[in-house]
Design a protein around this ligand. Structure first.
Ligand SMILES: Cc1ncc(COP(=O)(O)O)c(C=O)c1O
Length: 402
């Protein structure tokens, strides 16, 4: 037996993400000798006597009471993501926006202040510009890449710092460790939306964020057939948001949880392929005369490439690019794509493309999009797991329209 073999036997090594995506959360949830997590469609759970029922209701013994609160299939999904994010706790939601809004509304009170940035996902931006101010929460939205301005705004006093990196749809990158440090110094809870990066490429909790959330609808699900959201982090904070969600009711459906569990088994494989495809296509797009700008954190030309290289192990499956000729050029090119759904989604095994006006920022007016620095000449291109050369050939024939 060699030295390496002895070490492997003496100390159990941490499992790799490729292994955790397959096994985490599964074994304890199996029933009847099944090898797959069952879909438990039961609104409530029955107990033989009041004492046993009370023990579960009071949290003294594990179990389930009512599926708005917890459900075995949903719990298996939460456990899988919790392990991948190396978090103390996780809870889930009916959609990504339920995860975002429940987190913000559970952790902020009237009169309190939240610091975020102008480039968050359109739905999140609406919470900041409309719904939170309505209940007296003070919102400051900084320039996304001006880290000094964000730090100053945080130091002025706030209860919550909300970041999203890379951003949707212009792929700006924020320094999570730096902003988490600023947030902690101010005594604020730091929340990071990790949807674009996935737990395969980026670990906000490991560099100081208190909470990390996902639209599971995107890469975690990866097949564009289930909606969901998930939040991971410190136990006390997750418990607060869980309580808000169990009362307000945006719970994940067991069927969606099952689809998400099944899809997550291939998360590492899919994301690795999408990282490779996206980098290759971004480099190719940079050389095209009809393309005036390519946004992808993996490109050396990306303004925050150094930050991305430090905090990401892969640069993700989403890129965006601007066309010479504005919205008319977008309207000419998009219908010609044969290997892309023109749809308001991303992170799927199929390539998906669309303009911000009908995808990430459909909630905003053209004026609001312009103020956020989102040009009408932009196409968001979420790269699937197809062959990269096929996708480049498809883009070539589509761009020939210009
Ligand atoms: C970064 C990001 N966060 C949150 C959401 C909201 O997720 P959902 O559509 O699942 O509600 C989206 C949706 O596109 C997103 O891109």
């Amino acid at each position: 037996m060699g030295q390496d073999d002895r070490n492997e036997q003496a100390e159990p090594r941490a499992l790799a993400p490729e292994t955790l995506t397959v096994w985490a959360g599964e074994v304890d949830s199996l029933a009847h000798g099944a090898t797959q997590v069952p879909i438990v469609y039961s609104a409530a759970y029955a107990y033989p006597d009041v004492d046993a029922w009370l023990d579960v209701a009071m949290g003294r013994t594990p179990g389930h009471i009512y599926s708005r609160n917890t459900n075995p299939t949903v719990a298996a999904f939460e456990e899988k993501v919790r392990v991948l994010e190396a978090a103390e706790a996780a809870t889930s939601f009916a959609t990504g926006m339920a995860a975002v809004s429940d987190t913000l509304f559970a952790l902020l009170a009237p009169g309190e202040r939240v610091v975020s940035v102008k480039d968050t996902y359109g739905g999140t931006n609406q919470l900041f510009t409309d719904f939170l101010p309505r209940v007296g929460v003070k919102v400051e939205l900084c320039d996304t890449t001006d880290h000094e301005q964000i730090e100053e705004s945080i130091a002025a006093g706030c209860q919550l710092v909300y970041i999203e990196t890379p951003t949707n749809p212009t792929l700006k990158v924020m320094d999570i460790a730096r902003l988490a440090q600023a947030g902690q110094a101010a005594g604020a809870v730091v929340v990071a939306d990790n949807t674009f990066a996935t737990p395969i490429n980026q670990h906000p909790l490991a560099v100081g964020a208190d909470l990390v959330l996902h639209s599971a609808t995107k890469f975690l699900g990866g097949h564009a057939d289930a909606l969901g959201g998930v939040l991971c982090g410190a136990r006390d904070l997750v418990a607060k948001v869980y309580h808000y969600r169990e009362i307000t009711g945006a719970s994940l459906d067991p069927m969606a949880a099952y689809l998400l569990i099944r899809s997550m088994k291939t998360l590492a494989l899919r994301v690795e392929r999408q990282n490779e495809n996206a980098l290759r296509i971004a480099r190719w797009l940079e050389s095209q005369p009809a393309v005036t700008k390519v946004n992808y954190p993996g490109l050396e030309s990306h303004p925050q490439h150094d930050i991305a290289r430090r905090q990401m192990s892969g640069y993700g499956g989403v890129l965006s690019f601007e066309l010479d000729g504005g919205l008319e050029a977008v309207k000419a090119v998009l219908p010609r794509l044969r290997l892309a759904h023109r749809a308001a989604n991303l992170g799927a095994v199929e390539t998906v493309a669309g303009p911000p006006a009908t995808t990430s920022h459909v909630e905003c007016t053209p004026e609001e999009r312009a103020a956020m620095g989102i040009p009408e000449s932009l196409i968001r291109y979420s790269v699937g797991i197809e062959d990269a050369a096929d996708l480049i050939a498809d883009l070539t024939q589509a761009l020939a329209a210009l």
